[in-house]
Design a protein. Sequence first.
Length: 116
Amino acid sequence: MEIWVSVSGEKKKYQGSFKSVMEKIAVEGKGKDLKLLSIHAPKKELRRFKRDLRKYGKDLFKTANEIAKWFYNKEYRKLSRLSKELKNKKDIQSVQRYEILKQNLSYLKEKLSSLS
């Protein structure tokens, strides 16, 4: 995905995955005037972006923020389900994976709270 945005009058190009671009816009655009200049993305991502942009009244910051939160919530729920399975297992590999999952969950919680 490639998106050109005017951030308080300065043109900026964001390029990468849908998730990373939305997160960058949400972090860097906080409290600034954002205007969408152009967007190049796969059809599925473009449809999702346009639908959400209409939903949030053409507010680019709110759209980017909500999409980034959706991605982090999705990953958080996935890891949470997996941790419930590993929680009661006693073998060494499961215990190690559970500890790593707990760290990842705390990281995702921090990201979600920073986007809120």
